[in-house]
Design a protein around this ligand. Structure first.
Ligand SMILES: Cc1cc2nc3c(=O)[nH]c(=O)nc-3n(C[C@H](O)[C@H](O)[C@H](O)COP(=O)(O)OP(=O)(O)OC[C@H]3O[C@@H](n4cnc5c(N)ncnc54)[C@H](O)[C@@H]3O)c2cc1C
Length: 394
């Protein structure tokens, strides 16, 4: 089979669907291919998304995929001191809804189709070759070989992306920036507030944190992410220890296991070249502090779709024309990431004892409204070296 299209999007995760939607909305002929037979399944995600993020993308929350609305956050220190934050005291970037990714991802793909994009599921891209004015892509669908000729290829093929590499981009992520995640979806979880996200810090998850994200009733995603270079144990082994000891989960039962990588080193240096763009996890568009990549990947998808469609319309798909993509992503997504990266490094540098002291001081401080200045004051009181570590963060 031979197919021709203006824009080929590889991977139908949130970033790919957003790219396909916006390329189609801007007048390009778009084909999105996905290797799995069901878009969105299995999930590799704790399923938290921010309200603001969805609003910015113009996406109305739907009862089809919202499982719970979040009104607070519980932060738990290694010694079990918990700090409660509520919507009216603090603005957290990844707070808003816990979604059902299996439905959300499909819904986003449907949005792309409604905007005019074509979708082929069960289609695995196996390689590509860049020619002078187009890209020839080899794929396999239900055991049959396909060739796709595209003006531009958008690689939205997730954390194990190969499209960028095939296209000549350096996409390798250093081990110290690759989080390994392991998560159970569990039933019988006893949460103190079933509308709050819970985060557990310290040696429970070296280099990352553990979480409990409620999905309604007694169901929750219970997971953690670690940096493999900082621990002898696998993420899965850490998770088994965590669910056994955490009061909320010790009587809970797992109904799903999710394992996956999460690149937290920030946006890759170069994310476009002649006729190729990469987006979402493939391009490192993951918040380095929270590990959240749904919203930022979709923002990247929006930018990629707009730029790809405009480049095709102008008949200029060169690296020079597409480099505008790198610039816009750096400005609209990367800027905030730099700050989150510093916060991440700071958090990683704290011992279990320091984390306990901070949690204690937090509970003893009266905040009218949590501001970065007040937080900073409190951190410096606990650990004067905090100021040094945080540098010019705020
Ligand atoms: C344990 C864990 C928890 C997380 N929790 C959160 C969270 O709570 N909130 C949040 O915002 N983010 C979270 N993330 C990150 C989030 O899951 C990703 O950032 C997000 O899925 C990235 O979207 P994407 O579209 O770039 O890639 P993906 O969602 O990975 O989609 C890529 C798609 O490409 C397809 N594909 C790959 N190769 C090919 C090929 N050769 N041919 C065809 N198709 C291909 C794949 O099948 C897949 O469907 C978490 C990640 C992990 C690992």
């Amino acid at each position: 089979m031979f197919i021709e299209t203006d824009v080929l999007v590889v991977g139908a995760g949130p970033a790919g669907s957003s790219a396909a939607k916006h390329a189609a909305l801007n007048g390009a002929e778009v084909l999105m291919v996905e290797k799995k037979s069901e878009i969105g399944s299995p999930k590799r995600c704790a399923e938290g998304v921010s309200k603001d993020g969805l609003i910015k993308l113009g996406i109305e929350p739907s009862s089809r995929w919202v499982t719970s609305e979040i009104d607070g956050v519980r932060l738990v220190s290694p010694g079990g001191i918990d700090v409660w934050l509520t919507q009216d005291t603090v603005k957290l970037p990844e707070m808003g809804y816990v979604v059902e990714r299996k439905v959300f991802d499909k819904f986003m793909a449907m949005d792309a189709a409604r905007a005019g994009a074509d979708i082929m599921i069960k289609t695995l891209v196996k390689g590509l070759e860049k020619r002078d004015d187009h890209v020839m892509v080899k794929a396999e669908r239900m055991g049959k070989e396909i060739e796709i000729k595209a003006e531009i290829v958008i690689g939205a093929d997730g954390p194990e992306s190969r499209v960028g590499r095939w296209g000549g981009l350096k996409t390798a992520v250093k081990p110290k920036y690759m989080e390994s995640g392991a998560q159970f979806e569990m039933v019988g979880v006893q949460m103190e507030n079933p509308n709050a996200l819970e985060f557990y810090f310290g040696s429970v998850a070296p280099g990352g944190y553990a979480w409990i994200f409620p999905k309604g009733d007694d169901i929750a995603n219970v997971g953690l992410a670690v940096i493999s270079t900082l621990t002898e144990k696998s993420a899965y082994e850490h998770l088994l220890d965590f669910v056994k000891t955490c009061p909320a989960t010790k009587n809970a039962t797992a109904v799903e296991l999710n394992i996956g990588g999460d690149p937290v080193g920030g946006i890759i240096k170069k994310i476009s070249t002649d006729r190729i763009l990469i987006v979402g996890d493939a391009a490192g568009m993951v918040n380095p502090l929270t590990g959240g990549g749904i919203i930022s990947g979709m923002q990247g998808g929006l930018i990629a779709g707009e730029i790809a469609a405009a480049a095709v319309k102008e008949g200029d798909t060169s690296e020079k024309r597409l480099s505008m993509y790198d610039k816009r992503c750096e400005k609209e997504i990367g800027d905030s990431f730099n700050k989150y990266m510093k916060s991440r490094e700071y958090l990683e540098s704290l011992s279990d004892r320091e984390l306990d002291l901070i949690a204690k001081a937090f509970n003893e401080t009266e905040f009218e409204r949590i501001s970065t200045a007040e937080l900073l004051k409190m951190l410096v009181k606990v650990s004067p070296k905090a100021l040094l570590k945080l540098g010019k963060l705020f």
